[in-house]
Design a binder for this molecule. Structure first.
Ligand code: COA
Length: 381
């Protein structure tokens, strides 16, 4: 585990905060979490309020500009994002030529790195250039992930539509080749809003560490992608859906959970470092998973998820996190088992951007210490 050292003022003893648990690393106006309430505020607004009332573009604007857009600002923002959706040729070539065996998140991470290489202003870290790069990545992430989804299925990528289709509708259109039905578009929009921002999670912290050295935005986002790929973070959504598929039916859920716990395995989609009593995003996604099951006429995944959740509550008392119910929602929207983390990253880009912009505004190098537990006084001869 990661260790930092502070010195207890009274005893002068070093204190190690394993995993930086409970450490306040900087001040931020982006998001607030109360793990006990539980509550998540983004720019002061409750996450459920945002998920019910905002499309992803509004959420993106709120995050990167720090305020709710008026109608004119939103219309201009939508047009700007729509114009930025197409990918440069070399990036599409990379997606086409990456080996099928490569992890989809490794391909996405490499594609974003290449976007930075192709951006002549990538190293400009003034606020206007940062905003421009953040908007470009926000617009291009869905084009990347949709193209990955289609290429994996042996299909040609479908290019983006113009501003006629909003962010979420265009995203699903690029995956499926047809415009989504309204309930599906709405569910996807809400899922993207719920995933957009989550305070000092591991990937956001990684972004801020990179900014701390005054490196560029693309490097920070690539670090964020590297962190969110892991199964303890965003990668848990792929694990959660794989688990539901393995369980196979609601009747098997209790036995599966019991066996996993007996083997001391961590079940993906359960548990959280900050929320111990419930993840407010999971509550929203539970409702959405139920609505999605009704919309597509198949409640199998929802039924399995509810049965396993019940068993976890009865035995270990551990709560489902955001990834648990998002997994069946994204799966039923047509995203394959190994590409859901990519969708999560494509939503989190705006949260990362907000933190990156904030860190540049009031930067201080992030450089913790370690408590040395190795040997001393060794000699080579
Ligand atoms: N399945 C089974 N047991 C779990 C668990 C899970 N998903 N998550 C935590 N626990 C158990 C731990 O084994 C530990 O039990 P113990 O006290 O009997 O040893 C206890 O709950 C505390 O867990 P801990 O590992 O200290 O929590 P953490 O804050 O370090 O870890 C996570 C938080 C998210 C890393 C952890 O819950 C996890 O690995 N979850 C699965 C991956 C996941 O869904 N990640 C996405 C998070 S949004």
């Amino acid at each position: 585990k990661c260790k930092t050292v502070t010195v207890d003022k009274e005893s002068a003893e070093p204190v190690v905060h394993h995993g930086l648990e409970g450490v306040l690393a900087f001040e931020s106006e982006v998001a607030f979490i109360d793990g006990h309430a539980p509550e998540l505020l983004v720019r002061g607004y409750d996450i459920a309020d945002l998920a019910h009332n905002f499309g992803y573009e509004q959420m993106a604007y709120l995050l990167v500009y720090g305020q709710v857009p008026n109608a004119d600002e939103l219309a201009a923002f939508n047009t700007e994002l729509a114009d930025l959706r197409p990918l440069p040729g070399p990036v599409l070539d990379l997606l086409r030529t990456a080996p099928a065996s490569a992890h989809p998140m490794a391909v996405l991470r490499t594609a974003v790195s290449l976007l930075g290489v192709l951006d002549a202003n990538a190293d400009d870290i003034d606020q206007d250039s940062l905003l421009a790069a953040a908007k470009s990545l926000t617009a291009k992430f869905p084009t990347l992930v949709a193209a990955q989804t289609r290429l994996q299925a042996g299909l040609e990528p479908v290019g983006p539509e113009g501003a006629r289709l909003g962010h979420a509708a265009n995203y699903l259109y690029m995956v499926d080749g047809t415009e989504p039905a309204e309930p599906l578009r709405r569910a996807f929009d809400a899922a993207l809003v719920l995933y957009a921002e989550h305070e000092t999670n591991a990937s956001t912290f990684a972004c801020r560490v990179v900014v701390g050295t005054e490196s560029d935005l693309y490097s920070a986002v690539v670090a964020g992608l590297g962190a969110i790929k892991g199964p303890l973070h965003g990668g848990a959504i792929d694990g959660a859906m794989n688990m539901l598929v393995t369980i196979g039916s609601a009747d098997n859920a209790a036995a599966y959970v019991d066996a996993a716990l007996a083997a001391k395995r961590k079940l993906p989609g359960f548990g959280h470092r900050v929320y111990r009593a419930g993840d407010p995003r999971a509550s929203e996604l539970r409702e959405m998973a139920l609505e999605m099951a009704a919309a597509v006429g198949d409640s199998k995944w929802f039924d399995i998820a509810i049965a396993a959740e019940k068993r976890m509550a009865e035995t270990k008392g551990i709560i489902p996190n955001v990834d648990y119910f998002a997994a069946p929602v994204l799966y039923q929207l047509g995203f394959p088992l190994n590409l859901m983390t990519n969708v999560v990253a494509s939503a989190r880009i705006t949260g990362w951007s907000a933190h990156i912009i904030e860190q540049y505004k009031k930067n201080r190098l992030i450089r913790p210490r370690a408590l040395y537990t190795g040997e001393r006084g060794k000699r080579l001869n």
